[in-house]
Design a protein around this ligand. Structure first.
Ligand code: ATP
Length: 306
């Protein structure tokens, strides 16, 4: 019996177990390309885990498998101990390109997921408004996506995800298109929201818990942190934000090469934490593993392009 046939270890939100994923090769339709090989990745409830790896190694493939958008060729996915079949309903997603509908205002975009869940319009509207306020867009609910800056669209997308109160948040390079200052603001914003009331850099009020979203409370009434799987190219971002950083090898057949606990104190300011000696130490350790993979990935890209 494979080791993952047993129930999940206590507290695991998402488990990717011995995952392999092959695609029909883009260069030769008769061949298969092994994108991911024998990869096991566990994310505990409330844990913030970043996955870094060279371009094209298979990071998004793993995230899509965790989201249930893509079925692995072999291996298993468990969500809070249950086998995943189809879409991962306990997860919210934030991708590189935002998923805002251009014909709906920011408020209507945030309301949409709640309406799909059957939340009555009036309640969906007030929850969406509360989340927009929480991400600093309280006065921008009537704006359409094209009337918002890149950073504001990201805030709206974040409100869209958080309004649904998922237990797991899957983020695929959500801020890579932003300028560095906006990016750092957004990273800090995400950390504050993830940390919960009174735990972030500034103690901020949250919307009142409601049965259908807007800040579900854990048993006992306290805020339950979400598990986050964060995909990024940027090692600084990964270290600044995470509890744990997983390094993937270059493809084909990507798999974890190393795993690092980020023991920097929280709350963190992503711009300031980079100056701490421990940050520099961790960066040096992780980069020593990542660097060769990045070089291999780059060489492969050149070969493919030739
Ligand atoms: N549907 C598909 N069909 C064929 N090949 C695919 C498919 N999806 C992904 N691949 C290939 O699998 C590999 C991994 O892709 P993936 O997008 O997961 O990498 P990534 O690490 O997220 O890339 P990036 O760093 O550029 O975002 C790549 O070589 C890609 O070309």
């Amino acid at each position: 019996m494979p080791p993952f046939a047993t129930p999940a270890p206590n507290g695991c939100a998402l488990e990717l177990l011995d995952i392999c994923c092959t695609f029909r090769s883009r260069e030769d339709a008769g061949q298969r390309y092994a994108a991911v090989s024998n990869t096991t990745l566990r994310i505990n409830a409330g844990e913030f885990v970043s996955v870094v790896g060279p371009t094209g190694c298979g990071k998004s493939t793993l995230l899509n498998i965790g989201a249930g958008l893509l079925a692995p060729s072999s291996g298993a996915v468990r969500v809070f101990g249950q086998a995943l079949h189809g879409i991962n309903a306990r997860a919210g997603y934030m991708f590189q390109s935002d998923a805002l509908m251009p014909w709906r205002s920011a408020l209507e975009n945030v309301m949409l997921g709640l309406q799909y869940r059957g939340v009555p319009d009036g309640e969906a509207r007030s929850q969406a408004q509360a989340w927009l306020a929480r991400v600093g867009l309280g006065d921008f609910g009537d704006r359409y996506p094209h009337q918002l800056s890149g950073g504001m669209r990201k805030r709206a997308a974040l409100a869209q995800v958080l309004a649904l109160d998922p237990d797991i948040i899957l983020m695929d390079e959500p801020f890579s298109a932003l300028d560095i200052q906006t990016r750092q603001l957004m990273e800090n914003e995400v950390l504050d929201l993830w940390a919960g009331p009174g735990e972030g850099r500034r103690a901020a009020p949250r919307p009142e818990p409601t049965p259908s979203g807007g800040g579900r409370a854990a048993a006992g009434g306290s805020y339950a942190r979400k598990a986050v799987l964060f995909i990024t190219h940027d090692l600084d971002e990964a270290i600044a934000m995470s509890d744990r950083v997983v390094v993937l090898s270059a493809g084909p057949g990507t798999h974890p090469m190393g795993e690092f606990i980020i023991d920097l104190p929280r709350p963190r300011d992503v711009a300031e934490v980079r100056h701490q000696p421990r940050f520099v130490e961790l960066h040096t350790q992780i980069w020593s593993v990542l660097r060769d993979e990045v070089l291999k990935g780059y060489a492969q890209q050149l070969k493919t392009a030739a």
